[in-house]
Design a protein around this ligand. Structure first.
Ligand code: T1G
Length: 697
């Protein structure tokens, strides 16, 4: 079927687009649509309906064309053809009309939509702004405040809400084409005018004077350091103050500035990297997958409870198994409490909460797991305990049941070896809080079957997670790299910096939280107890843990104890500095024979981030991660790495691998530490003048 088709149905011309998978506005689609509009001016049609085949109306400009030379007709030229049509053009929307797709609908004279449709302008999530009139037409139809929220948030709204806002004229029940044809005939019968959105003037008296300034202040906090949101406000302001053509010119200029920004390049990279990560090299796309209609979770602690919620949230029944009734009730209580918090935030209704809870059953008997399709073990982080659990699961569960471990560090192959079905064993590493964090590391063992890998990668999307495949190593992808980042944070601290300085540098750079504040959030007793099980040699340089050890031994575990690197207000959890911590740091430095010195912001940043990059390069060399973009996805979705920097490996490409390489060598010469030796892959890429991205392609 051609990409654009046309048919006359009585006196209505129907233009049908068909550009799978999402009817993105490629050059061919823009050209075909413009030609169809032009041709229809001369036939017997009295109105035109624009509708799409497949799962959705146009979902935006074709992002894969960005950065390439512009091709004609531009989106703006195509939209002008629609708006200048001498016959009313009616957009018939289903699925998600997003970005340039919704801008196309806005250039039409009328809009109807299926009740399940959504519309939105998500460009800001790509570091962009609507570049085809969206910032000019949306406020003309829906008013300034609706436009500002829709465009700066980038979140779609449903058809009914859009209708209330004036963005959609008619919500259609039943068959969309039938409904759109009926609407078009109604408009023709009423001799409805050619209603061009561009001709609407916004009454400035309806716009609160301080609205734009207040918005810019709010965005400066919410979207710290991002260019696009502030440009969006300026464009909407132009829609109020300037004639349409001049407002369009302002939008175009600011759009190009965003398009050429490093930020947008990073965010567009992340868009594709997230989708690429779900694809498994060497695995046939047709690999069979198993049905997962029931799940069991072993261990009702914080992680087990959160994991169970993910499945209940999408309607999959869960059996939660604990070793005693008391532990089970405690676990079920955690889940109930978590749902209560979600309800109190307005993100879930009481009815939805009750429905989810009804899907979660408790048991202390492995026999009750005989029919489940998947089990996820989330017991104490100890290999012997996990092996014992898997041996029991191997006996209790049906053939073909997938046995997964949520371990953060233990060797999945050794766990699999505790069963007679290693091909059915895999790692599913959730991130705390498990019902909130999007990242899911899927850890394939040496013997894990393709079918089990394909099944779990697909299941990740079902439970609204972002999956990244990893092979087995200590800490898999994220935590293995994090150890180096954390090591440098500790060394910067003992060598002369402070928790405030280190955290401020990293947070200003874009991390969601600084490393020491993260330690307080997670609770330092966890790593402290893990270290207790290690020999001195395994623990490594005492400078990297003597301070957190001392804090834990003082009872300063972090937020959970009201104090850690910082003091925390009991009610608001607001953090404040504690001079006693600095004194402790100075004492420990002296005890370790460290002469403290001034460490500048650039050194802090480069030591922490380049340590991540270097370990990421080693992870690629070893084939632990499939591609650099996968590592970027892990850090953006699991560790609060700023999407506007694209992830550690993309950031290395933007900084330039030569600079990364030279800085690593400088650290290596200064410290003599082997871990500062640049990874072989990095050395290879630098000598070949290549980037990580080029290596991956
Ligand atoms: N361009 C190119 N490819 C796209 C695409 C797009 N806009 N949207 C999706 N794809 C591909 C995607 O890479 C994947 O490919 C497949 O379609 C399915 O996507 C001028 C400048 C629409 C909600 O930001 O939000 O318009 O991996 O896995 O989960 O102002 O895709 O199969 O090879 O995500 O069902 C604005 C982005 C662009 C929307 C569907 N539009 N897309 O979700 O499928 S900028 C967007 C999405 C713009 C104008 C500006 C989602 C979706 P592959 P998927 P999904």
């Amino acid at each position: 079927m051609s990409i654009v088709s046309y048919q006359l149905i009585d006196n209505i011309g129907v233009i049908q687009l068909n550009n799978p998978p999402v009817n993105a506005l490629s050059q061919a689609l823009r050209q075909g649509l413009q030609q169809a509009i032009t041709a229809a001016q001369n036939d017997s049609s009295q109105a035109l309906v624009l509708i799409c085949e497949g799962r959705t109306f146009i979902a935006g400009a074709d992002i894969s064309e960005f950065g390439k030379p512009p091709s004609s007709p531009s989106l703006g030229e195509m939209l002008t053809s629609i708006e200048d049509s001498q016959k009313p053009v009616i957009a018939a929307i289903h699925g998600t009309a997003l970005g340039g797709g919704f801008e196309t609908a806005l250039a039409c004279h009328y809009r109807c939509a299926a009740a399940t449709a959504k519309v939105g302008l998500p460009e800001v999530k790509l570091g962009l702004l609507p570049g085809a009139g969206g910032t000019q037409r949306t406020p003309r139809l829906a008013g300034v405040e609706v436009a500002l929220e829709l465009i700066t948030s980038g979140n779609p709204i449903g058809a009914l809400q859009a209708e209330q806002a004036g963005l959609i004229d008619r919500v259609v029940d039943g068959d969309l084409l039938e409904g759109a044809l009926a609407y078009a005939r109604e408009l023709v019968a009423d001799a409805a005018p050619l209603r061009r959105v561009r001709d609407i003037t916004i009454d400035t008296a309806t716009v609160p004077a301080e609205l734009f300034d207040n918005y810019k202040t709010k965005l400066a906090r919410r979207a710290r350091g991002q260019i696009a949101p502030l440009h969006i406000v300026s464009c909407v302001e132009a829609a109020v103050e300037l004639p349409f053509e001049e407002g369009l010119k302002c939008e175009r200029e600011r759009f190009m500035e965003c398009m050429q920004s490093t930020q947008s390049g990073a965010m567009r990279h992340m868009f594709f990297a997230e989708r690429e990560a779900a694809k498994i090299k060497g695995l046939d796309r047709g690999t069979a997958t198993r049905e997962i209609n029931s799940v069991a979770v072993i261990g009702g602690g914080t992680m087990g409870g959160g994991i169970a919620m993910n499945f209940a949230n999408v309607g999959i029944p869960v059996k939660l198994l604990e070793i005693s009734d008391e532990a089970l009730q405690r676990g079920l209580g955690i889940i109930e409490k978590n749902y209560g918090i979600t309800v109190s935030k307005g993100k879930l209704s009481e009815t939805q909460k009750e429905h989810c809870l009804s899907l979660i059953d408790g048991t202390t008997n492995y026999d009750d797991l005989a029919d489940v399709d998947l089990v996820i073990e989330a017991v104490f982080e100890n290999l012997d305990i996990k092996k014992q659990v898997f041996s029991q699961l191997d006996s209790a569960c049906k053939p073909g049941a997938i046995l997964a471990t949520n371990t953060s560090y233990q060797d999945v192959d050794l766990i699999a070896a505790a069963t007679r079905r290693p091909a059915d064993v895999i790692g599913l590493h959730f991130f705390s809080p498990a019902n909130v964090m999007k990242l899911l590391e899927v850890v394939r063992g040496e013997k894990t079957s393709d079918e089990v890998i394909a099944t779990t990668m697909k299941l990740a999307k079902t439970i609204r997670k972002v999956p990244v495949l990893s092979r087995v190593c200590y800490g898999f992808i994220g935590n293995r790299m994090l150890r180096h980042y954390a090591r440098e944070a500790q060394l910067c601290l003992i060598e002369g910096s402070t928790p405030e300085r280190i955290d401020t540098v990293m947070q200003n750079w874009g991390m969601a939280m600084g490393p020491l504040a993260v330690g307080d959030l997670a609770g330092m007793d966890i790593a402290y107890n893990a270290r207790k099980a290690l020999t001195d040699e395994q623990k490594g340089n005492p400078k990297t843990y003597c301070i957190p050890d001392a804090l834990v031994e003082m009872g300063r575990l972090g937020q959970k104890s009201g104090a850690g690197y910082y003091n925390y207000d009991a009610k608001t959890r607001a953090r404040s500095s504690d001079v006693g911590v600095i004194q402790l740091v100075e004492e420990k430095a002296a005890a370790q024979g460290v002469a403290r010195r001034e460490i500048n912001d650039e050194e802090i940043l480069n030591r922490l981030i380049f340590a991540l990059i270097n370990e990421g390069a080693k992870i690629l060399e070893e084939g632990i991660a499939q591609r650099p973009g996968d590592i970027d996805v892990v850090y953006a979705f699991g560790y609060g790495f700023p999407v506007s920097r694209g992830g550690p490996m993309h950031y290395a490409d933007t900084v330039g691998l030569q600079k990364v390489y030279d800085t690593l060598n400088q650290f290596h010469q200064q410290t003599g530490e082997a871990y500062w030796q640049p990874a072989a892959l990095l050395e290879e890429l630098v000598s070949a003048g290549k980037t990580f991205k080029e290596w991956a392609s």
